[in-house]
Design a protein around this ligand. Structure first.
Ligand code: NAD
Ligand code: DAU
Length: 346
């Protein structure tokens, strides 16, 4: 196991990247963190507040900017510098929302595909360890009654512009490993929930709708199933793969958390003291995936990783509490997000 001394975390001001930076700060104070983030609508610098400035360097910039990326990596070890040179890249930066990708795919292709290419080339030049964060959506969807789950052998079959752009990025990482010997790993994870998730996503949208006096919005009949994982468990899986994963391998990450959307919505309503029918049905997502489900046997048996926060209802309560306590964090995004959804009939 090689613990990196200095990681470049792309997209570290977004939902999972920020949770990961906090996780590393809490568990590995010996590892310096440089966050590179473009602060799109989905990123906030303040998501990193609380991490000691001794451990964190924040760089505001775009992963597609090859000169900027090169300037961060091009540093020989120096006895006078406070930090060792970057020795690993943990790549979260992406356009992440399916509904946005249906309206306009171009930033998805730019950031998810071209941005990943820029980082791979930089990692290759500097012979860095590279861990790529990806999604189970690259495998398409499963029927509700399919007894199988996704495994590392499932065929790529993405449905949306977002998942197609993530599939493209996975293929680039695999090609850079095979062709150039880049020391890369990939994780494909299921749906995360927890603090700092943008109000455009399903769980935070419904919690903040209730807090803001708006009726929750369910796509279609709400029968689609997502496999929920607490973001803390995703963070520990990423660290495990970064430090102990076999080079060139893909690991699926999930926590056996399958629930239909209508069940999740009713759990939120109940936990927030509302009637279980106090919501609106709205337009379904065009081409929306029916079900995702992860078989995490490989990471569990090979690397000994196990999820810890598997009580979904307790996790939902903590998440509700977080959004209640952080109205200043989400309120500025709420009206514009709802207006965009209204235009789409969502
Ligand atoms: P997010 O949208 O909350 O955050 C993305 C971050 O990337 C933001 O801070 C944004 O400013 C930054 N960013 C976007 N374009 C950039 C660019 N060109 N240069 C630099 N920074 C840029 O996303 P998230 O939900 O935290 O997802 C993070 C990663 O995890 C993505 O790669 C996503 O595909 C993957 N993933 C997400 C989930 C999930 O449930 N949210 C599950 C599996 C995998
Ligand atoms: O599976 C991993 C993926 O999970 C990640 O790769 C994506 O980045 C992440 O956004 C997430 O994608 P989903 O499309 O599954 O998540 P979303 O929160 O957008 O929607 C979850 C389900 O809830 C989906 O079936 C659509 C539905 N939905 C969504 C919203 C926003 C609603 O019913 N109502 C809503 O208001």
């Amino acid at each position: 196991a090689t613990v990196p001394q200095h990681i470049l975390v792309t997209g570290g001001a977004g939902f999972i990247g920020a949770n990961f930076a906090h996780w590393v700060a809490r568990n590995h104070p010996e590892t310096h963190i440089t966050v590179l983030d473009a602060l799109t609508y989905a990123g906030k610098r303040e998501n990193l507040d609380g991490i000691s400035p001794d451990q964190l360097t924040f760089v505001h910039g775009d992963i597609c900017d090859a000169a900027l990326v090169e300037s961060l990596l091009d540093r020989a070890p120096s006895p006078t510098s406070a930090q060792p040179p970057i020795d690993a890249i943990v790549h979260f930066a992406a356009e992440s929302h399916n509904d946005n990708s249906i309206l306009d795919a171009s930033p998805f292709l730019k950031t998810n595909a071209t941005g990943t290419y820029v980082l791979l080339e930089a990692a290759r030049r500097h012979d860095l360890r590279f861990h790529h964060i990806s999604t189970d959506e690259v495998y398409g969807d499963l029927a509700l009654d399919d007894p199988h789950k996704f495994t590392e052998h499932s065929p790529y079959n993405p449905s949306s512009p977002y998942s197609a752009s993530k599939a493209a990025s996975d293929h680039l990482v695999r090609a850079w490993h095979r062709t150039y010997g880049l020391r890369a790993t990939i994780s494909n994870c299921s749906n995360n929930y927890g603090p700092y998730q943008h109000v455009e996503k399903f769980i935070p949208r419904q919690i903040t709708n209730i807090l803001a006096g708006i009726r929750p919005k369910l796509y279609g009949q709400g029968l689609a199933v997502r496999d929920w994982i607490n973001v803390e468990d995703h963070c520990s899986a990423i660290w495990t793969i970064l430090v102990r994963g076999r080079i060139g391998e893909t690991y699926l990450v999930g926590a056996n958390g399958e629930h239909s959307n209508i069940d999740v919505l009713r759990m939120i309503l109940e936990r927030m003291g509302r009637s279980p029918d106090d919501f609106d049905h709205v337009n379904d997502r065009p081409g929306g995936d029916v079900r995702y489900a992860i078989d995490a046997t490989k990471i569990e048996t090979e690397l000994g990783w196990h999820p810890r926060f598997t009580d979904f209802e307790t996790g939902l309560d903590r998440t509700i509490d977080w959004y209640r306590a952080h109205q200043d964090w989400w309120m500025p995004d709420k009206a514009a997000t709802e207006e965009k959804y209204r235009e789409q009939g969502h």
